[in-house]
Design a protein around this ligand. Structure first.
Ligand code: N01
Length: 557
């Protein structure tokens, strides 16, 4: 039993209760404890890691270089850690987070293997009462549900799914001990980032793999390699500068390609000659990962510019797939490139050149039902399978928060309060839920910006707000309703300036039937976001209601 767990009816008191021991929860614990707050973390898994603990499916790895997709807050940590590959596999990210937990002695303030069942704000004394599935209770001044934005797996309601005779495995619930697919006939539903990583791995092992694809994605090569030692050494020698520029100049928190190889283009794709354009795309295709995002300044704003990238990518796909009909099916027709998150591949296109991989277009011939022995399509065609894999994604951004059974002021739950869509100010706090902070939450840049860096900054902002509340002797803080309305309008306005409305995905909640359509992330970039947060803090949190006392202007450092 964890040393903090209570067995009687008296809740254990801490300043800050955090749910989740992934990148953001661990940083919250480390930072706020260092500031002098008592902090405790409750984690449902048996270890740290969050996303990187749960997603053990074959092929899972990062798509931002690990030298960047890692903590920046401690230079000794980033200098001493050695990444074996440019893009770390899940097991290496998990190993890194375990190291962080040990290095900063975080485990002593984490309870593992307990699930939070309710979180209730007490309007009487301005505290949160958190209860877990063991009956343990915690009372805290501040509450941080650091539950991640891609952590509630989405399992579609497909008729007959429960009657399938073999294993049905969601990508995010892969058996930790693995599963031997040798000699098995596997069918997979879902071709987003998870499916794109899984498909080549399954194809290598299974007797046959049928890919049931409803919508193709734009997929680009990751170009992963073992970590060149000289490269890692050189980057480490300039880490502080790199980290600063990730925040100041990059859109996603990845700056290495632009810095090391070629600065991002500030010109329009239509301003350059066709040869220059082709060379730019070719360079970034070879550079790998998400670097195509920064090919030209207007790809996400201007359809004609975007069409030039579409043309390039189409030619690439056709060049890699032997069967022209299969290539045609793998090219998205329903959304422009970059309006959904690019998927990064290692062996994905090659998989479709194998004899044991079959592509089925379920937009043309939808799945009618799962049967005990496979999948039947609307046309009556059947796909026989021993194992069914669901790479069907997540109830992103809001799903894990609204399922946490959080009750704010007036007895209203977060699920009720957000029934028409998430309401946050700066993606950081919601009205009617005082003293509660989100990390990489809805309406923050979180869906686009590297989570280790984004949550690092937000943890510090939350800490500064906590300080201000404490210095005032105030009881609680929450954003004003009108400041939330203003922020939501700003998020929408930027979204509507882009081509993003032409796509539907988890970014807009449209992957979940019945979920309100709402663009869930701030597209203005991290630098603009940080400037807005700093302005708020300098102006004394005028967009917030502080009960029992007002916070003076400029009270933060
Ligand atoms: O989920 P997704 P994901 N019938 O929602 C299909 C991050 N990530 O887990 O598009 C048939 O993108 C659905 O089809 P459609 C990354 O941010 C990163 O793959 O709705 N099909 C789609 O093909 C990513 O964006 C990495 O028509 C159904 C798929 O399931 C995010 O996680 C790796 C269906 C879901 O795709 C989510 O990616 C993995 C139905 N009823 C994840 N329901 C890295 O590389 C759903 N689908 C770091």
């Amino acid at each position: 039993m964890n040393q903090h767990t209570t067995t009687d009816s008296t809740p254990t008191e801490v300043d800050v209760l955090v749910v989740g021991a992934g990148f953001s929860g661990l940083r919250a614990l480390q930072h706020l404890r260092e500031k002098g707050y008592t902090v405790h973390v409750i984690e449902a898994g048996d270890d740290v890691g969050g996303t990187w603990y749960w997603n053990t499916y074959p092929g899972a790895r990062v798509d931002i270089e690990s030298l960047e997709y890692s903590y920046a807050f401690d230079d000794d940590l980033q200098q001493e850690w050695v990444w074996p590959e440019r893009y770390a596999a899940q097991s290496d990210v998990l190993r890194y987070l375990r190291h962080v937990a040990d290095r900063f002695d975080l485990r002593r303030d984490i309870t593992f293997g307990e699930r939070v069942t309710s979180c209730v704000f007490d309007e009487g004394d301005g505290t949160w009462l958190i209860t877990t599935d063991t009956g343990a209770q915690w009372r805290s001044r501040f509450f941080i549900p650091a539950v991640g934005f891609l952590s509630t797996p989405y399992i579609p309601e497909i008729e007959g799914l429960a009657d399938f005779d073999g294993p049905v495995i969601h990508s995010a619930q892969w058996p930790r001990e693995g599963i031997d697919l040798t000699g098995k006939r596997v069918a997979i539903i879902g071709t987003g980032s998870s499916g794109v990583q899984l498909i080549p791995k399954i194809a290598e092992q299974a007797e046959s793999l049928t890919v049931l694809q409803r919508s193709p994605m734009w997929v680009v090569p990751l170009q992963n390699t073992p970590m060149p030692l000289e490269y890692q050494t050189r980057i480490k020698s300039v880490y502080p500068e790199l980290r600063r520029r990730e925040l100041d100049e990059s859109f996603a928190g990845n700056f290495l390609v632009d810095w090391e190889m070629r600065p991002s283009e500030t010109r329009s794709a239509l301003e350059v000659t066709p040869e220059e354009r082709e060379a730019e795309y070719e360079f970034r295709w070879e550079a790998g990962g998400l670097s195509l995002y920064t090919s030209f300044a207007d790809l996400i704003f201007n359809q004609e510019a975007n069409d030039t990238l579409r043309d390039f990518l189409e030619r690439k796909v056709r060049g890699m797939i032997k069967d022209p009909a299969t290539a045609d099916q793998l090219i998205p027709k329903d959304h422009p490139p970059l309006t959904k998150r690019l998927c990064c591949e290692t062996g994905y296109y090659d998989a479709f050149n194998r004899d044991n991989v079959h592509l089925v277009n379920t937009k043309a011939d939808p799945i009618a039902t799962v049967t005990p022995t496979g999948v039947r399509l609307a046309s009556g065609v059947t796909v026989d399978a021993d194992v069914l894999v669901l790479a069907t994604g997540f109830d992103a951004a809001t799903g894990s928060l609204t399922r946490l059974n959080i009750t704010g002021t007036g007895g209203r739950t977060l699920a009720e309060h957000w029934a028409a869509g998430a309401r946050t100010h700066l993606g950081l706090m919601s009205d009617a839920f005082p003293n509660m902070f989100f990390l990489s939450g809805p309406l923050s840049p979180g869906g686009f910006f590297s989570p280790p860096l984004q949550s690092d900054y937000q943890v510090q902002v939350a800490g500064r707000i906590m300080d201000m509340v404490g210095e005032q002797g105030a009881r609680s803080i929450e954003p004003k309703g009108e400041s939330i309305d203003g922020w939501m309008a700003q998020v929408d306005a930027i979204y509507n300036m882009t081509l993003a409305p032409k796509a539907s995905s988890w970014w807009s909640g449209e992957n979940i039937p019945g979920k309100p359509k709402q663009f869930l992330y701030f597209l203005g970039g991290f630098a603009m976001y940080r400037d807005l947060c700093e302005q708020e803090l300098a102006e004394g949190l005028q967009d917030y209601v502080v009960s029992d006392g007002a916070v003076p202007a400029g009270a933060t450092s």
